[in-house]
Design a protein around this ligand. Structure first.
Ligand SMILES: *[C@@H]1O[C@H](CO)[C@@H](O)[C@H](O)[C@H]1NC(C)=O
Ligand SMILES: *[C@@H]1O[C@H](CO)[C@@H](O)[C@H](O)[C@H]1NC(C)=O
Ligand SMILES: *[C@@H]1O[C@H](CO)[C@@H](O)[C@H](O)[C@H]1NC(C)=O
Length: 432
């Protein structure tokens, strides 16, 4: 048998054997629940079970992830932080085409302790040996975060642990963030994994994020008219934000313009002068077009100014939102619904589109629903014609089933007395 054949045979055997040894951990989406959350990665679900082990493993197609064996029953299974540490290099190599879940490369994994007061990790750092945290309480993990490459030192993970019963608040979540801007609400940096200049052609900084304890708890807001009978909505459309700054368009000075900063400076000004009761993002929040490949990294840019001012917000999708990204449209809406001050909902799966939902606005002084806001998904691209499949499709539209659902729900609302006459909360034009 030729050497090449041996190599092929060995590779096939290796793939078959290792497939049985390592079952890749698929992230699942479900309802918050502590024990179920032991084995799924859901970084925005409140969680007080601290991390017990952290490791770094390489995942390969079909083979799965090379994880250390578990030798104790004190913690749950390995859970993958679902962003590759190499960031967009995986994209450049064609392993990640900007759509769907990247599953190859180097990933961080953790195991959760089974009890909040058990032995736990209380601090984490990603650092080069030169910049490592100093002190006997820090332990360097055996697995390298980023191996040494020409002119670049290796990056390691350092952890600080506390024994069972100690008062220190444990680290309860990790995340990987791409770009320079604000991280997810409740998370802080645990160190730089890849500095921006390292991948000079893509300029992407990769940061390890961590959260301590449950993180900030923001109750879902209730909308109410003001005492003077007004309710102000600021509508923002077409932010087209990406993980990296896009070149500014239609401005006098393109040299000094920074798209994220300039756009957000204007929006912050509107928020302060108009003081809206609600912000409605009406589509194309994400740029699509191959550049908004990590919603978790790019969304905090436009959400943070609202969170800081405690302003509720609702989103609907445009055609570009699901052009490129890590999440499906349903996962995108689930993600937006988990963010602070959001009133987003995924809506009924039986309807066309994702994110068909209603938001009640109550009277100023009692719980009468005085007004109803309806969010309807107008889709992305229209299905191409059965008869002319070569013709490029135009934009999608709001379907009859969505409108019928809205009318059905409107008619079912209780009639209230309003200024001496009986009425249902208004929303749609009269002819509907
Ligand atoms: C997990 O953490 C415990 C406690 O620090 C340690 O004894 C054990 O070796 C770790 N296991 C792995 C696989 O890292
Ligand atoms: C954008 O503005 C923030 C603060 O307003 C600043 O810290 C940051 O450096 C700016 N970004 C760039 C790329 O200059
Ligand atoms: C609730 O408040 C509204 C507006 O202030 C008022 O018109 C309405 O009569 C009130 N309804 C009840 C049941 O008190």
């Amino acid at each position: 048998m030729s050497a090449a054949l041996w190599v092929v045979l060995f590779w096939v055997l290796f793939v078959v054997v290792s497939h049985h040894l390592h079952t890749p951990i698929a992230p699942r989406v479900g309802q918050p629940g502590r024990l179920e959350d032991l084995e799924r990665y859901a970084p925005l679900v409140p969680q007080d079970l601290p991390l017990y082990n952290i490791t770094v493993a390489i995942c390969a197609p079909r083979i799965g992830c090379a994880l250390p064996r578990i030798a104790d029953d004190d913690a749950g299974p390995w859970v993958r932080v679902d962003r590759p540490l190499s960031g967009p290099t995986a994209r450049r190599l064609g392993m990640w085409n900007g759509r769907g879940r990247p599953s190859y490369g180097r990933f961080v994994f953790y195991r959760r302790a089974l009890r909040p007061d058990s032995a736990r990790i209380v601090d984490v750092r990603a650092a080069t040996p030169e910049k490592r945290p100093i002190g006997p309480e820090w332990r360097r993990l055996r697995e390298v975060l980023v191996p040494q490459r020409a002119h670049h030192a290796s990056v390691h993970l350092y952890v600080r642990e506390a024994p069972a019963g100690a008062p220190d608040v444990g680290v309860t979540e990790l995340s990987v963030h791409y770009g320079h801007h604000t991280p997810l609400h409740g998370f802080v940096s645990a160190g730089t994994v890849v500095s921006a200049h390292r991948l000079h052609s893509s300029r992407v900084k990769v940061t390890l994020l961590m959260r301590h304890g449950l993180g900030p708890q923001v109750p879902r807001p209730t909308l109410r008219f003001r005492a003077d009978g007004t309710f102000k909505i600021l509508q923002i459309a077409d932010l087209h934000f990406s993980v990296l700054e896009e070149p500014c368009r239609d401005v006098a000075d393109r040299q000094t313009c920074q798209s994220h900063n300039h756009t957000m400076a204007r929006i912050e000004q509107w928020l302060d002068t108009e003081r809206p009761d609600l912000v409605a993002f009406t589509g194309d929040q994400w740029n699509g077009q191959g550049t908004s490949w990590d919603e978790r990294s790019s969304t905090p840019i436009w959400i943070e100014p609202l969170v800081r001012r405690k302003i509720p917000w609702i989103p609907v999708f445009g055609n570009h939102d699901s052009d490129s990204g890590f999440f499906s449209r349903t996962e995108q809406m689930q993600f937006l619904a988990q963010l602070p001050y959001s009133l987003a909902q995924v809506g009924p799966s039986s309807l066309h589109g994702v994110g068909n939902y209603e938001v009640p606005v109550y009277a100023a002084t009692n719980n009468t629903e005085a007004w109803t806001l309806w969010a309807l998904d107008s889709g992305a691209n229209a299905p191409s014609s059965l008869w002319r499949p070569w013709q490029s499709a135009l934009y999608d539209w709001i379907r009859d089933d969505q409108i019928e659902w809205m009318l059905r729900k409107m008619r079912a609302k209780p009639v209230a007395r309003r200024g001496g006459r009986a009425a249902r909360p208004p929303a749609a034009p009269r002819h509907l």
